[in-house]
Design a protein around this ligand. Structure first.
Ligand code: ADP
Ligand code: ZN
Length: 432
């Protein structure tokens, strides 16, 4: 099933032509905004003479700091009266930035979202519960509009109040949910407390997992706990929000909608394209956005491009799961480690629950890490020998995989602090 079959299955040749035309239009439109007007003048780019894809590399990059400096209207390329919606990035990494949408942008975004959902088999008869923050965060309204134009029954339950979430699922026979993976584990705990077995007592069949980095092992755990198929959903507020790249039923990487987002995967140091299959920084250009075109935006997210073709018939390329961010690499005892490398190990251990935190601390002048891991209620016993054996097992598996031996601390179920939004996985205690 497709939402926009022609566009989703467009030939690569036609897509290239379309992208080139759209890129030209994006550059022309961008030059209206105060930011790009200035930047194009400074770098000698004449929008009238811009030739499309073949000139892509001449365009300057856009970085998060540009968005901060131009807050709130510096990227606006339409009259302010054309703006119908404002979102902001959650500001997890610094000061707030704005994203502005025209009516066409909102409609366009909704149809990209509908494509994503249809791609996983969601349809009108589904009941969709959106356990995502509404308001300035894009995950709420982004999914909401997509599910609505698709014709599903939409429950905008938002975040929090887990007990009510479960009651809604039971009353309305919810079949599809959207939530951040770290919250999925909390939700499961509440279900257990309520005596609800999601596999037996609920009708859930699909979970969209996104908005934060997570490993294949985390997906597997969520699928197993809830008895659902879990699909990875990737997006960022700068590119509208969710609906940039999404998995199809084959769960073999995320199709990126290349008629809306021009994809480059570049070496973060040299800014040269990396070969297919190699990890680099994802750099995206909006191709259809009216109010706020963004050109060669450096997302900071690391991924690789997967080999072309997918049994689902979509021609849009697939990217790997996000491997980390350019700014979240830890260097411990000379070894480069991404938090996700640690998560992979932790989540593959059955005794471990869903919550963990990596603490960075200073020991005799050298950086070290401590991994605090919550056990799942079934595995937690007040038996020192049992706990110590488990602790050693986790430490050994971490050492085998990330090549250093972090300190491991086991924590009782439910005892690690939880953040209301995206999980905070790394806590830096080095200054203390
Ligand atoms: P903020 O940067 O303020 O948190 P966003 O809510 O737009 O703003 O977050 C977007 C970021 O979230 C992405 O750049 C990426 O790092 C992360 N992210 C979103 N979806 C995923 C996903 N499926 N896998 C990994 N990381 C993701
Ligand atoms: Zn596919």
């Amino acid at each position: 099933m497709f939402w926009q079959e022609e566009l989703e299955t467009i030939s690569r040749e036609e897509l290239g032509v379309l992208q080139s035309d759209l890129l030209k239009a994006t550059v022309a439109r961008g030059s209206i905004s105060p930011h790009y007007k200035k930047v194009f003048e400074a770098s000698g780019i004449d929008p009238a003479g811009f030739r499309g894809l073949s000139d892509l590399q001449k365009l300057p990059f856009t970085v998060k700091q540009d968005l901060r400096d131009s807050f709130p209207f510096g990227f606006l390329a339409v009259d302010p009266s054309e703006v119908v919606r404002v979102h902001t990035s959650s500001g997890t990494t610094g000061s707030i930035t704005s994203v502005l949408y025209s009516q066409k942008d909102v409609d366009q975004w909704a149809s990209l979202m509908a494509r994503c959902m249809v791609m996983t088999g969601m349809a009108r008869h589904d009941v969709f519960q959106n356990l995502s923050g509404y308001g300035l965060f894009t995950g709420g309204l982004g999914f909401h509009y997509g599910a609505e134009i698709l014709g599903a029954m939409v429950i905008p339950s938002g975040t929090g109040n887990s007990q009510r979430q479960v009651e809604l699922m039971r009353s309305f026979f919810t079949t599809v949910i959207h939530l951040i993976p770290s919250y999925a584990f909390r939700l499961f705990e509440v279900m257990e407390e309520m005596g609800v077995d999601p596999r037996k007592d609920l009708k859930l069949r699909v979970a969209y997992l996104g908005a934060e980095p997570h490993s294949e092992e985390t997906r597997a755990k969520v699928e197993d706990l809830f008895g659902v198929a879990g699909y990875n959903s990737y997006g960022l507020s700068e590119m509208n929000g969710p609906g940039v790249a999404f998995e199809c039923v084959h769960q073999n990487g995320l199709h990126i909608w290349e008629d809306a987002y021009l994809l480059e995967v570049l070496d973060p140091e040299t800014q040269e394209p990396v070969p297919e299959g190699e990890v680099g920084e994802m750099v995206l250009t909006t191709l259809k956005r009216e109010a706020m075109p963004l050109i060669r935006y450096r997302t900071g997210d690391l991924c690789s491009i997967l080999p072309a073709g997918c049994p689902c018939g979509r021609t849009h390329r697939r990217i790997s799961r996000i491997a980390g961010r350019t700014d979240d690499m830890l260097i411990i005892k000379g070894v480069n480690i991404y938090p996700l490398d640690i998560e992979k190990v932790i989540m593959s251990i059955p005794e471990v629950g869903g919550n963990y935190v990596i603490e960075l601390f200073n020991q005799k002048g050298a950086d070290n890490i401590r991994v605090k891991v919550e056990l799942n209620p079934g595995a937690f016993r007040e038996d020192m020998r049992h706990l110590e054996a488990l602790r050693q097992k986790i430490a050994k598996e971490l050492r085998d995989s990330v090549l250093i031996t972090p300190k491991v601390e086991l924590v009782q179920p439910g005892k690690l602090p939880r953040s209301p939004g995206k999980a905070v996985r790394v806590v830096d205690l080095r200054g203390q």
